[in-house]
Write a protein that binds this ligand. Structure first.
Ligand code: GLC
Length: 421
């Protein structure tokens, strides 16, 4: 087998190995359940293995959808001792049980890609038609419960909700969260070197928040008013925006079109407020600290995500493209998750420096939209080089390309199949 065939075969094998029967775990051991945005990205990989299986990935995830429309960040389809905090900690009554927070809503966009690129058009139409009402309820939930004052930006209440769990962008806000005092036992350190994982004082706060949601009866108004961690995450908002635009498009090809005026109004409102998060010196967008009512001055790869949601002006896009090229000089093995110039940059500690393949892909997609094909192609080349060098790790040291975190990772394999191979 030549090198390319080998990489393709390996990627497909990873999806099959991580398949627990209709849903795919991100990696065995470290992450033994179904994660929300991982499921979306992973479905994209299944498209190259088995189209029906790609659709099942979404269906399984939506089994965990709440009455109010929320799609949880983790759906606990079965028990496992490998992970903390599990269902007994979140205490969400549901079948299947789940966490009480969400994750960046990229599902609608992934559904659109799969719908458009799949070969079995009849199957795709049936699956799309069945998923549409669920996707719409999910997006409506974001706007209704996470932006109850209609500001144009949805709120996040846990660093895990951003998907960029221990990004330094959250450090100061997280400092305001009390540390839990009850004893608990982490499980992640059984699987991964502690140098690549969050610190104990951060974990104490993560767990405080888990307890806080439960003690507030998962009531969105109470949480909106009182949650000690309250951010408006530019990356999550951009992913939501792109997803909503894709959903509005999908409504036109669905067998039954419904009234989308409320989602259209939400998307229009977001367009109005994104410009306030632009930082003219850093040449990217910033996250916002809700309680202090100001932007968070930390440059992260999430700040480029308005490229992916088509929310930047052409001038901003050009500045971001140039900025990304500079980051790639300092960290040539993929787009660093935190600017290599930040004092908090840490090449191997998760979300404080490493590069992730799906982020590289989403930002490259946005760059292409704005006509910066050269920088998009550069991101593709470096992403390809790191999997050739290191294989399908969870994330990569952006300076050396060394693979870090979990091995045989589903979304890394999926993005390779979709974008790199
Ligand atoms: C980590 C990542 C998160 C991802 C999860 C499963 O928690 O930070 O983005 O969804 O792992 O891969």
């Amino acid at each position: 087998m030549n090198k390319l065939d080998n990489l393709v075969a390996q990627a497909k094998d990873i999806l099959r190995t991580n398949d627990l029967g209709g849903y795919t775990v991100p990696t065995k051991g470290l992450y033994p359940f179904q994660w929300n945005w991982d499921a979306g990205v992973t479905a994209l990989g299944w498209l190259y293995v088995d189209e029906l299986r790609a659709w099942t990935e979404f269906e399984k995830l939506f089994e965990g959808q709440w009455e109010n429309g929320m799609v949880p960040h983790i759906v606990f389809h079965q028990e496992s001792d490998d992970y903390f905090p599990g269902p007994d900690q979140w205490k969400v009554e549901g079948n299947p049980p789940s966490t009480s927070i969400s994750q960046p809503p990229l599902l609608a966009t992934m559904v659109r890609i799969i719908y458009e690129q799949s070969k079995d058009k009849e199957l795709a139409q049936t699956k799309l038609d069945a998923l549409m009402p669920k996707l719409i309820r999910y997006h409506e939930w974001w706007y209704r419960e996470r932006d109850p004052e209609n500001t144009g930006l949805v709120s996040s209440y846990h660093p895990w909700e951003s998907g960029m769990d221990n990004s330094p962008a959250w450090d100061d806000v997280l400092q305001r969260v009390p540390q839990v005092t009850r004893p608990y036992q982490r499980r992640d350190l059984n699987h991964v070197d502690s140098k690549q994982r969050p610190l104990k004082e951060q974990y104490d706060r993560y767990i405080y928040l888990v307890d806080f949601f439960r003690e507030n009866d998962f009531d969105y108004q109470k949480i909106y008013q009182n949650c000690p961690f309250h951010t408006q995450d530019i990356s999550l908002n951009a992913v939501l925006q792109r997803g909503t635009l894709d959903l509005i498009h999908l409504n036109k090809v669905a067998s039954v079109a419904v009234d989308m005026s409320s989602l259209e109004a939400s998307a229009a409102k977001a367009e109005e407020v994104f410009p306030a998060l632009w930082d003219a010196e850093r040449h990217l967008f910033l996250n916002r600290d809700h309680d202090l009512a100001k932007t968070i001055p930390v440059s992260t790869s999430g700040g480029f995500m308005p490229l992916y949601s088509y929310s930047a002006t052409p001038e901003q896009a050009a500045l971001m493209a140039a900025e990304i090229k500079e980051w790639l000089v300092l960290g040539p093995s993929g787009l660093a998750s935190t600017s290599p110039l930040e004092s908090t940059f840490d090449a191997k500690r998760y979300w404080r420096g490493p590069s992730w393949l799906h982020i590289n892909w989403m930002i490259a997609d946005g760059l292409k939209h704005y006509g910066h094909d050269d920088v998009a192609e550069q991101l593709r080349q470096v992403s390809r080089a790191i999997i050739e060098q290191s294989g399908y790790f969870e994330y990569f040291d952006p300076i050396t390309g060394e693979g870090c975190g979990g091995k045989d990772f589903s979304w890394t394999a999926a993005i390779a199949l979709h974008w790199l191979l």
